[in-house]
Design a protein around this ligand. Structure first.
Ligand SMILES: CC(C)(COP(=O)(O)OP(=O)(O)OC[C@H]1O[C@@H](n2cnc3c(N)ncnc32)[C@H](O)[C@@H]1OP(=O)(O)O)[C@@H](O)C(=O)NCCC(=O)NCCS
Length: 215
């Protein structure tokens, strides 16, 4: 693999980030396994980070091509307010016009998600007081296991420390990612199992919240 450059996100990276987000949305595999509507899913996964707090995100580039990203926020509570009150209402209207809720796969996923909600599987502790920042990290298939994820995390943690952020946390349903974050010194703050992908995987998934104190 050629040299990897880790640099701040710029507006010209927006489409690459959205594409990688969809290509890796199902535990590192393409979103189509559980969801049909890339445009809407890319909005859900990346819009806050690219359009409201772009200064907190990074990309990995090689040969002029973006091959991975870390989208972050210094304050998850603040980002959730924007997402809930500003982004989600717009996306709900967009989904209605696009017919997103009428597609079989999407209906099935929403139904499964509702099932997890009523079983109490989506409950988790609020870690945002001690660990205010959050992140999402994804590397394109074919470019993994080459040190890029580690470099993105290290640069992001430096950025958070420069900004006097006391900690960072995030959730994942990927056991592989859990191994990676454990290796990088993150602590498991919470763990449970969730059944919303049972129909696709034939088993429940482990859900982890990882955290790291920075100050
Ligand atoms: C998880 C992911 C971000 C890791 O990035 P990466 O570039 O593949 O990982 P790196 O090569 O930087 O690995 C860094 C270290 O972690 C170790 N590591 C990576 N995956 C591991 C695993 N599953 N278990 C244990 N150690 C692991 C590596 O061996 C390496 O150790 P070293 O520095 O001592 O050699 C990347 O593989 C990815 O995007 N996967 C798909 C999407 C995903 O799961 N995203 C995370 C969602 S939160």
């Amino acid at each position: 693999m050629s040299d990897i450059l880790i640099r701040p996100y710029i507006a010209a990276d927006r489409e690459s980030v959205r594409q990688i987000a969809c290509d890796t949305a199902f535990r590192g595999e393409p979103a189509e396994k559980f969801f049909q509507d890339r445009e809407l899913l890319a909005d859900l996964l990346t819009l806050y980070f690219t359009d409201y707090e772009p200064e907190s995100s990074l990309v990995a580039e090689t040969d002029g091509q973006v091959i991975g990203y870390l989208t972050g926020t210094k304050n998850e509570t603040r980002s959730l307010k924007v997402i809930i009150y500003n982004i989600l209402p717009r996306l709900a209207i967009k989904a209605i016009f696009r017919g997103t809720f009428l597609k079989g796969k999407n209906l099935k996923f929403l139904f499964n998600l509702a099932g997890s909600f009523f079983k109490g599987e989506l409950k988790s502790p609020d870690c945002s007081r001690q660990y205010p920042a959050a992140l999402h990290l994804n590397i394109k298939d074919g470019y993994r296991a080459g040190g890029t994820g580690r470099k993105l995390i290290e640069k992001y943690l430096d950025y958070l420390q420069e900004n006097k952020v006391r900690g960072v946390h995030f959730g994942t349903i990927s056991d592989k990612a859990a191994g990676f974050f454990t290796k990088l010194g993150f602590e498991v703050l919470f763990r449970n199992t969730r059944s919303y992908h049972l129909d696709i995987l034939g088993q429940v998934v482990n859900y982890y919240i990882f955290g790291k104190k920075l100050l």
